[in-house]
Design a protein around this ligand. Structure first.
Ligand code: 1GP
Length: 243
């Protein structure tokens, strides 16, 4: 099952970190009645070899697409529907812009995974993030929307399918709204925003600023029942955007 994101969409993806996921947990139960548009699976590190167990467990409850969101080339599986193929375009670590992708490409092809090419822009989220530490790259400063905008324009010109504005999991401060607004207005490819999104109000503001999909991990990990209200907010924002 492939996943498509359009510029008119207002979707919600839930990020599941395999290291922090327990089979049959509250989130597993919650997914039976609350169906996000996409499940993303991955993390900056992978301490346990349980990727496939997680996919099987999630799939028993969830009928939507499950995409890998890999922190490394070790987080690949033929059991997923696809892969969010991120290129860390805000950094200058060539391995994470194209190197790892070349290493993984034959396996992705062999596994028959759907791919969604994504320019990944790390933005300062007010604290040192795992992505920043592991990738050894500098995030885009919060008060420099022009750098984020120029990088987003380059991503569009290079032919990326989507742009992911990432403040880092557990960010103190999410991606600035003004940055989302400026980029969304300037590019015609869809925008994904994630990192530090914890409230319905914040979700609404991001959607209103032009985000096409929000990725939420920590808040749902801490309280899986929050997913129901978050989905209602996403669906309401989708209806508003169509008006
Ligand atoms: C991280 O954007 C995601 O890649 C999710 O962040 O865990 O803060 O929701 P949170």
């Amino acid at each position: 099952m492939s996943f498509v994101l359009e510029k008119s969409d207002r979707k919600l993806a839930v990020l599941v970190d395999p290291d922090r996921y327990t089979c049959g947990s509250a989130l597993h139960t919650q997914l039976r009645s609350a169906t996000p548009d996409l499940l993303l699976l991955g993390g900056s590190t992978l301490l346990q070899d349980n990727l496939e167990t997680c996919i099987a467990d999630l799939r028993s409850q969830y009928s939507g697409p499950i995409y890998l969101f890999p922190g490394s080339q070790f987080q690949l599986s033929p059991k997923a529907d696809g892969i969010l193929l991120i290129s860390l375009l805000s950094g200058r670590n060539s391995d994470l812009i194209i190197g790892k992708h070349v290493e993984a490409a034959p396996l992705i092809k062999q596994y028959g995974l759907n791919t969604l090419g994504c320019a990944y822009l790390l933005v300062d989220g007010g604290r040192l993030s795992s992505v920043q530490y592991i990738s050894q790259t500098l995030p885009i400063p919060r008060d420099k929307p022009e750098i984020a905008l120029a990088t987003a324009l380059a991503a569009e010109q290079l032919g990326f399918a989507t742009i992911y504005l990432e403040a880092g999991s557990g960010a103190k401060l999410g991606v600035p709204l003004d940055m989302v607004r400026k980029i969304s207005a300037a590019v015609s490819i869809p925008i994904i925003v994630g990192g530090g999104i914890r409230s319905l109000e914040m979700m609404e503001k991001y959607f209103h600023s032009g985000a096409n999909m929000l990725v939420i991990g920590t808040a749902i990990e801490e309280d899986p029942s929050a997913l129901t209200e978050m989905l209602i907010t996403a669906r309401a924002s989708a209806k508003m955007s169509l008006r």
